[in-house]
Design a protein around this ligand. Structure first.
Ligand SMILES: [Cu+2]
Length: 173
């Protein structure tokens, strides 16, 4: 009798846990979302974060949406004739299984074009990311002064490879 009750409690707790974690519906994990705070009457700005795909299937960031600006686009930076320029990405950003993709200053970013209001440092703002498989995911982050923006990590994306591990392993002769 008691074990039956325990079983029911356990099942209820399990159900509750599953409903409490909508993030588990997708295998994507997000780093800190940060917005570039605007200075003066800057008409545009950008948002950055890292996206890790813990699933076995590749996903793709197709678009970004925001009520902060007239237009919201996915951009990349590239050097053309020695000049660093940004351009809109066609077809989205691939998020391969087991990889982390960085949206960071100098690289991929969510471009907010035609801001309706300034982005103030230390205030929260929202952006919605649209994935091919995971669907729409709304995220909140802080605006930061350009000097305080977290830059892309200098580590290679492969620090979790067996090679990198063995290199860090102290040899015991
Ligand atoms: Cu841009």
């Amino acid at each position: 009798m008691l074990s039956l009750i325990l079983q029911r409690v356990f099942a209820a707790v399990l159900m509750g846990l599953m409903m409490l974690s909508p993030a588990m519906a997708s295998d994507l994990m997000f780093g800190t979302l940060q917005f570039r705070a605007t200075i003066g009457s800057m008409p545009s700005s950008a948002a950055y974060l890292s996206i890790t795909n813990h699933g076995a299937m590749a996903d793709r960031l197709l678009a970004a949406e925001s009520s902060l600006s007239r237009k919201t686009e996915l951009h990349t930076m590239e050097v053309t004739n020695g000049v660093m320029k940004m351009r809109q990405i066609d077809g989205g950003i691939a998020i391969p299984a087991g990889k982390t993709i960085q949206l960071a200053p100098g690289g991929f970013h969510v471009m907010l074009i035609g801001l309706k209001a300034p982005l103030n440092a230390d205030e929260h703002y929202q952006v919605t990311l649209v994935f091919e498989k995971a669907g729409k995911i709304k995220l909140t982050g802080l605006a930061k002064r350009p000097a305080d923006l977290k830059m892309p990590s200098s580590h290679s994306t492969d620090t979790h490879s067996p090679d990198a591990h063995s290199m860090n392993m102290p040899k015991s002769n």
